[in-house]
Design a protein around this ligand. Structure first.
Ligand code: ADP
Ligand code: MG
Length: 321
């Protein structure tokens, strides 16, 4: 049975002569991972911020758990709705552990429970607590900081988490890792997630359902499969087609990347050996925990591809270039 968690009922947000959000009606269900996708300026952030009342609609009503959001005390609403942004602002003068413990402390949890929660959360995202708990944010990579930011939002198990392009500033490898992590956590914890992105591939990978926005309007709401097979109009079709060419990029066989190959020499560390017919999609997961892979042809090692080589290739091919 599906229970509505968040409901927009004919919601508008107007700035001067810009309709940032134009007559939005949408229901997001409990436990759902709902993705709002659209190009820059389509109204995604405005939509998200109206849920936790960072922005008030010009008119229309938004419901959270069947009550209008305006009927909640803002503090109660925000405590029950986690919020994760592209550039997560961890407090720079607090350790990783203190950052995650922040909201539990505000909620007066007891110390022992906070400590266990922090350590459990860090363990779940493969940041061993004894190694990471007492580090400062500046001593973490971008991907690690983003993981801690997500944990901070998860710490008190809010029933809803709003995520605004949380992985957009990350390199492709960290982004893939964090997408996988999010899917695992969602599977385990079953919280309701509203996830905003401009990247259709990310939407297709993560979404139980996807809403496509353009110029403040919600054009289509459907499952990833429906949306790729039956786009509602030309805009959605072409948006999807552009992102397919991005996934073509990842389906490139590494044999096409000779420009980026490196010679093998004595100092080459022991690495996974990959067949020359493999694609980038096969190689990327290998590069999460090692710097390079060895390419073989007919069982003979012939070249190396390093993580740096791949990042360079991807950034050179990126349509934003
Ligand atoms: P997205 O997150 O999809 O990039 P936004 O929700 O941030 O889009 O913005 C939607 C539209 O509303 C854009 O045209 C943007 O310029 C406009 N807009 C957003 N916030 C304001 C504001 N505070 N004042 C005026 N216009 C705004
Ligand atoms: Mg935005």
């Amino acid at each position: 049975m599906t229970t509505p968690m968040i409901k927009f009922d004919h919601v508008n947000k107007i700035y001067g002569d810009t309709k940032a959000v134009d007559d939005l009606s949408l229901t997001i269900n409990e436990h759902e991972l709902f993705v709002l996708v659209g190009t820059s300026g389509s109204g995604k952030t405005t939509t998200l911020k109206m849920i936790n009342q960072l922005i008030k609609p010009t008119n229309g009503t938004i419901y959270f758990n069947k009550r209008a959001v305006t009927d909640y005390k803002v503090r109660d609403l925000r405590w029950d709705i986690g919020y994760v942004l592209q550039q997560i602002a961890l407090f720079p003068n607090m350790t990783v552990g203190q950052n995650i413990a922040l909201i539990p402390e505000l909620k007066h949890w007891d110390r022992a429970k906070i400590k266990t929660t922090v350590d459990e959360l860090l363990t779940q995202v493969e940041l061993p607590p004894e190694k990471y708990r007492d580090r400062m944010p500046a001593e973490l990579s971008g991907g690690e900081q983003q993981r801690v930011g997500i944990l901070r939002a998860l710490a008190t198990q809010p029933s809803v988490i709003l995520m605004d392009e949380p992985f957009s500033a990350l390199d492709p490898l960290s982004r893939t890792q964090l997408q996988d992590l999010l899917l695992r956590m969602h599977q385990r914890l079953q919280m309701t997630i509203v996830f905003v992105t401009h990247d259709m591939n990310e939407a297709l990978k993560l979404g139980d359902r996807i809403g496509v926005m353009r110029q403040g309007q919600l054009l289509q709401v459907a499952s990833p499969q429906e949306i790729s097979e039956h786009p509602v109009n030309e805009f959605v079709r072409s948006f999807f087609a552009t992102s397919t060419s991005q996934s073509d990029l990842l389906n490139q066989p590494i044999s096409q990347l000779t420009k980026y190959w490196q010679p093998i020499d004595q100092s080459t560390p022991t690495s996974t050996v990959i067949d020359i017919n493999a694609s980038l999609t096969d190689v990327l997961p290998e590069l999460v925990n090692q710097e390079c892979v060895v390419i073989k042809r007919a069982d003979q090692p012939i070249a190396l591809l390093t993580r740096q080589n791949i990042l360079q290739y991807l950034s050179e091919q990126s349509p934003n270039n």
